[in-house]
Design a protein around this ligand. Structure first.
Ligand SMILES: [Zn+2]
Length: 208
């Protein structure tokens, strides 16, 4: 199940392919050189005091951004007494970059799953969100990728992910609407087949 709600502008298409993994080690010297060229093209003097270190700092930031921690480690713990408990983790805020405008988007992530016989280490949720955010993205694909990582971790489709995004490409350019927020939802397994459970997730996600 995929649902996208955008106010006041319609959401972009959700039919997006899975992107290739970003290159973890970029050539920061070459990036710095390109930033210097960009500054010149923008009418700046890259040798003036305030800009001397800028190309190097921008290159270092790109390297950090494209090299998030791995989300690969498996952190599940056996909890044999648990049967069908709803677990929701919220308040996970990550920054990513909109691939259409290369401007930041702030993504608030809430994820839920059904714990059956084992629990997922809670920090795993944040690590997955950080990992998927560290590349050029669209919110819809980010939501689907967080969902896919979580279903891999728990080995079932009983996962729901809600993301609320603030996009600078909507607030500092284009329609310039500061208050616009985009909400995306992806749910599977029991969240898809049990409307009461899905409503519980939505209610708890909205309250947090
Ligand atoms: Zn954009």
């Amino acid at each position: 199940m995929t649902t996208s709600v955008t106010g006041p502008e319609a959401a972009l298409s959700t039919a997006v392919p899975t992107p290739a993994r970003p290159t973890p080690n970029i050539d920061t010297d070459r990036i710095a050189g390109l930033i210097t060229q960009l500054l010149v093209e923008l009418g700046e003097d890259p040798t003036r005091d305030g800009l001397l270190g800028t190309p190097g700092r921008v290159a270092a930031w790109w390297n950090d951004f494209l090299s998030p921690d791995s989300a690969a480690t498996t952190t599940c713990f056996t909890e044999s007494q648990l049967n069908g408990q709803l677990v929701i983790v919220s308040g996970m805020n990550v920054w990513s970059l909109c691939e259409h405008h290369m401007l930041p988007m702030s993504l608030q992530v809430t994820a839920g799953y059904i714990a059956d016989g084992e629990v997922v280490g809670l920090s795993k949720f944040g690590r997955i969100a950080q990992h998927v955010a560290g590349r050029l993205q669209v919110q819809e694909r980010f939501t689907r990728q967080v969902f896919a990582h979580l279903t891999d971790v728990i080995g079932r489709e009983d996962v729901a992910v809600r993301v609320r995004g603030t996009h600078l490409c909507m607030s500092m350019r284009g329609v310039r609407m500061d208050a616009a927020r985009t909400t995306t939802l992806q749910a599977g397994g029991r969240f898809e087949t049990d409307p009461v459970l899905f409503q519980q997730f939505l209610t708890l996600a909205a309250a947090q």
